[in-house]
Design a protein around this ligand. Sequence first.
Ligand code: FES
Length: 312
Amino acid sequence: MNQPKLKSKVACTDREIGEVTRVIVDPLSLEISHIVVGNGATSPERQVPMARVQEVTDALVRLRIHSAEMDQLPALKRDDFVTIHDVEIAHLEEKVHVESGEVLVPVPELEKDVKRRTFFANFTQAIGLVIGLPLAFPVLKYLMKPMYAPLDNAWLKVGNVGKIKADDVGVQFKYKKKVKEAFMPEAEVEKNVWILKAKPETLDKIYHGKDMEFRDASGRHIWTNKKDVPFVVYSGKCPHLGCGFKWRSHKVLGQVFLCPCHLSIYDQTGKVLDGPAPRALDPLPIKISASGDIQIIDMEFKAGTKTQTRIV
Ligand code: FES
């Protein structure tokens, strides 16, 4: 089926009822999950699941429901969504072909009603453990084996320092990495990091006069970033909930790293200046070859925690 377009007319089985005002994208599958249908100011915009769409032509989206059923569909609660201008989702543009306009993504679940969900999750887990552990142990042991596979400390080339034209300015470097999730086939994913060439005073604030060591969970030394090497790399994931962030101009704070998901702001040393982020940006191991090629060790850390816990 064609993808619905913004502003297309929408018709139920009996009559035309409005137009597509927005589309909602599932951030995991990168497919359009709903269209939002509005008919001017007279009634709230309704979310229509794609399963209720019968046919999409260039000018018309035909639904398989009667107009009387529209009122039973959920009204759009704008606060439950952010636009794709506000979040960075890799490969979304390749998958969703809509004219410019509002494309919405649900606000991460983690942001909503955390306490209630945590209670139910813990409760369910506790009951499940008591009942199921003796039976499930051999299966669990097999399933959990990949979780204990050693983390990957391979060096990845992400670009060349020639791309960095000014000091203390965040520059994004994208790279591809082959990943193998437990029991899934290997896949290539696009990732990114932010690198800056730090002025001496910035380096001082990052390193506090000491080299930065990276060790694995057992304490084995992986690498040391030397305090006098001016190139610094930060993981591309915001430590709050893992969104992608940008290097932006801020009216008051000047040039900063800004995460648009929940507006965490970091300075060039990675320090949190504002917003809900619980810790500074995560520096990664970096080394520069004689010809200026940049290599990093791709690491990811648990989001939402004050301390760093490496997960990738
Ligand atoms: S993910 Fe929430 S501020 Fe970045």
